[in-house]
Write a protein that binds this ligand. Structure first.
Ligand code: GRF
Length: 220
């Protein structure tokens, strides 16, 4: 299945009307969001802009950072709300900002089937392990405790199963003898900051196909 038609194709001559608009969802410190924002600022992610940052936790550091950067942002607190109702508000906010691609960046909340259906193959997530190993919470600690020799991170499309959708980018690092779970998580995070922009750039190019579970780059 080709997604060129679903995602606006980026090209240097395309002009601002064909900018790919990102909606970033986060719950915490937002270092992945900031890495994406920096890639855009530095010109490494051309034809892409952050249309809105949405946080489901009022105190999220990522929201404060969005405010300081002057980016559109919204607090939609999820605590105590039914998933479908909260998701409906998030979807409405994303649509109001004409978001093309949703980027989950430490968004600690499962998405409802309605949310996933509203952005088919247009939601990315980043996970701090080499999926399918160590899905779920504290993936870095899981990997360290298991004794793997290679760890890393995965950027994947979101489907209805946890940490499961089609893989766009993976980056691997060796686990060092000197590592503890904390140092390993820090080194994985540094790879995440590269991987997310790489994945967004690949999706933004529109030059790919999804064949079964495989994300395949197409020659220009
Ligand atoms: C990252 O480790 C990411 O892989 C996971 O949540 C963490 C978010 O970190 N999904 P940050 O808020 O982007 O700094």
């Amino acid at each position: 299945m080709a997604f060129k038609s679903m995602i606006k194709k980026m090209s240097p001559e395309a002009g601002s009307s064909s900018v790919l608009k990102l909606g970033v969802l986060l719950s915490g410190r937002g270092s992945n969001f900031l890495a994406i924002a920096e890639s855009i600022r530095a010109g490494r992610l051309k034809g892409v802009e952050i249309a809105v940052v949405i946080g489901n936790v009022a105190e999220a550091g990522g929201l404060k950072a969005a405010r300081e950067l002057g980016l559109p942002h919204s607090v939609l607190v999820s605590k105590g709300r039914k998933r479908a109702e909260h998701d409906a508000d998030v979807i409405a906010c994303l649509k109001a900002h004409n978001v093309d691609l949703v980027c989950l960046a430490g968004y600690m909340r499962l998405l409802s089937p309605e949310f996933i259906a509203a952005f088919p193959n247009r939601i990315l997530n980043i996970h701090p392990s080499l999926l399918p190993a160590f899905p779920g919470l504290e993936a870095q600690e899981q990997a360290f405790a298991y004794g793997v020799k290679t760890a890393g991170c995965t950027v994947h499309f979101v489907d209805e199963d946890l940490d499961h959708g089609v893989i766009v980018v993976q980056r691997a690092i060796p686990v060092l003898e000197s590592d503890d779970a904390h140092s390993l998580a820090e080194r994985i995070l540094a790879e995440e900051h590269v991987a997310y922009s790489e994945a967004i750039g690949m999706v933004a190019s529109g030059e790919y196909e999804i064949r079964g579970r495989r994300f395949v780059k197409r020659a220009r």
